[in-house]
Write a protein that binds this ligand. Structure first.
Ligand code: MG
Length: 259
């Protein structure tokens, strides 16, 4: 009995050590690969479970702030503070190319976020021009949205990537036209009064119910071929959805603030 307890304790300890190692490796990899490096290995392709769950949007938890329920765009505005000009089509919020990014009227900090999205079908173009959009936590930290189903691009620009920093652990993307889900746990960065970074932002992401980002520590805001340093900002900022000129659809967006 004592041996069993000892073995159980041992496996808990080694399990913790392993996950710490993996997390350290993920951050070490940032030194090895430049942002958007085409030679960085791409993640393995896998198939998610329970696809039938995605035929209809589920109901949000009772304490969630509903950001889009298929009926109106009232929670969203354009970059100038006017009404969001994306389209409402069959209960989906659709990017209207060229109208610009949209962001929430309300600001959020640490949160749990749920977003559903579907790629244009049939797909158009290739690489980063195939169904590109993005979910920007605090309007600064992009969780990439892309058609990554049989579409070659750089690893840290795929769906499920923290753009330019962390490729997804696996490529669990579904075909264009099929609804996909993101479930995110995000802890924003903290800054001292003098602007010094006290702690970086951390993010965990499940795509289609599968872990793709495991509590990674962001290097700063996401950017194209760059990893700029943090710049101090408030503890709460709007959530932003990217207009990257492709008619990506969104639905069932809700958020729970974490204290
Ligand atoms: Mg994007």
């Amino acid at each position: 009995m004592r041996f069993v307890i000892l073995m159980a304790a041992f496996s808990v300890v080694t399990g913790l050590a392993q996950s710490a190692d993996e997390s350290a490796d993920r951050e070490k990899a940032l030194k090895r690969w430049k942002a958007n490096d085409v030679t960085r290995p791409v993640p393995p392709v896998i198939t998610p479970g329970t696809p039938s769950m995605r035929e209809k949007p589920g109901a949000p938890p009772s304490d969630a702030v509903v950001l889009f329920d298929g009926k109106d765009l009232s929670q969203w505005q354009n970059n100038k503070g006017g009404p969001a000009r994306w389209k409402l089509v069959d209960g989906a919020l659709v990017v209207a190319p060229g109208t610009g990014d949209i962001h929430t009227r309300q600001a959020f900090g640490d949160c749990q976020l749920h977003v559903e999205w579907a790629e244009p079908n049939p797909p158009q173009e290739t690489d980063q021009a195939r169904g590109n959009s993005g979910v920007y936590l605090m309007s600064r930290y992009e969780l990439q949205v892309l058609d990554s189903y049989q579409n070659k691009t750089y690893a840290d620009g795929q769906a499920g990537a923290i753009y330019g920093q962390f490729p997804p652990l696996v490529n669990v993307s579904l075909p264009p036209g099929v609804w996909q889900t993101y479930d995110v746990v995000f802890h924003g960065p903290r800054f001292a009064a003098d602007g010094k970074l006290l702690r970086p932002a951390r993010i965990t992401v499940l795509q289609n119910g599968v872990l793709v980002e495991d509590n990674v520590s962001l290097t700063g805001p996401t950017d194209y071929q760059a990893r700029p340093p943090y710049k101090p900002h408030p503890e709460k900022m709007p959530l932003l959805l990217q207009d990257h000129d492709q008619p990506v659809r969104f639905r069932n967006i809700w958020i729970r603030e974490l204290n």
